[in-house]
Design a protein around this ligand. Structure first.
Ligand code: UTP
Length: 296
């Protein structure tokens, strides 16, 4: 299928990071602290998402949040008093770590009015994104090869000039937690998406390829989102809007390999922390000894 009327050689310049969810799976912690501020070693989850967008040279990173998640906005704002204290006490390494935060990317924050789901959160960014293709990053979804994935999806976009979604094989017992794609294999890493099913029972799943939290989307998704009725959980589901978009535009899957962590769950956050710590130059040795884990 062709995207009729669309320009060729479109460029993706903006990334939308969705961070307005309630994070109920982390209650009571998330009663007053956003889950995006959970640390992975010494950086909050949100920083990994911003760094990923910056590594792909995005001109603008749009963070969708809520007015009560003040900590997120404060984190990327300059703190001259803290800088001064660190400078005076000679803590240059820490000074470098905090000074760079406001300059990691050109970030703007938009507020989702009501937490009506991921689809609604993406729609909130419409006015800032405008009529151009854009990337979507779900900060909870962390990948072992995190640097490369979004860039490879952008490369695929440049080739296909159409919607690209991240897919990953998941175990049978987990399939009903995800949006699942029916696909036609094209290359080792790319497939054409033929259909999408949200949270299917194993018997109804069209494949074992689940949608992961990275997307490159055509702006036409906004029209679909604006008219997509509430779906599972009473929320506006991005997968439902993608399914509608599929009837008029082509969509490709980029197949991710390697480990994946859902840091939005307690189990996934612990696993991500452990995986990072086991490979961290300052932490690895003692942690491996403590866990009786093989040396690296
Ligand atoms: P989740 O499905 O993880 O939901 O959202 P959640 O509300 O964040 O967490 P739980 O289920 O209550 O524990 C997937 C992504 O969509 C964003 C979240 O911030 C997360 O990045 N989201 C979800 C929004 O931005 N707004 C929403 O209304 C819902």
């Amino acid at each position: 299928m062709v995207n009729e009327g669309k320009k060729t050689n479109m460029k993706v310049r903006k990334a939308v990071v969705v961070a307005a969810g309630r994070g109920t799976r982390f209650l009571p912690f998330t009663k007053s602290v956003p889950k995006e501020m959970l640390p992975l070693i010494d950086k909050p989850v949100i920083q990994y998402a911003i760094e990923e967008a910056a590594a792909c040279n995005m001109d603008l990173v749009v963070v969708v949040t809520t007015p009560d998640k003040i900590a997120l906005e404060k984190y990327f704002t300059r703190d001259t008093e803290l800088e001064h204290i660190l400078q005076k006490t000679g803590k240059d390494d820490l000074l470098e770590k905090i000074k760079c935060l406001p300059d990691l990317a050109n970030i703007c924050f938009v507020h989702q009015k009501e937490q009506l789901g991921l689809g609604d959160a993406v729609l909130t960014a419409r006015a800032v994104v405008g009529e151009e293709p854009f990337a979507v990053i779900l900060p909870d979804d962390l990948f072992e090869q995190r640097e490369g994935i979004l860039q490879k999806m952008l490369d695929a976009f440049h080739k296909y000039q159409s919607n690209i979604i991240a897919l990953r094989k998941v175990d049978e017992e987990e399939i009903d937690r995800y949006g699942v794609a029916k696909v036609k294999e094209l290359t080792e890493h790319i497939c054409q998406v033929l259909d999408l099913v949200e949270k299917p029972r194993l018997a109804d799943a069209p494949s074992d390829l689940a949608i992961m939290g990275r997307y490159i989307l055509m702006p036409d998704i906004f029209e679909e989102l604006a008219t997509t009725p509430k779906g599972i959980g009473g929320e506006i589901q991005l997968t439902d809007a993608l399914k509608r978009l599929l009837s008029r535009q082509s969509m490709y899957g980029y197949k991710i390999q390697g480990e994946y962590y859902d840091s939005g769950t307690i189990q996934g956050w612990i696993e991500a922390t452990l995986a990072l710590a086991l490979n961290h130059p300052a932490l690895s040795q003692r942690l491996r000894a403590y866990l009786h884990y093989p040396k690296s």
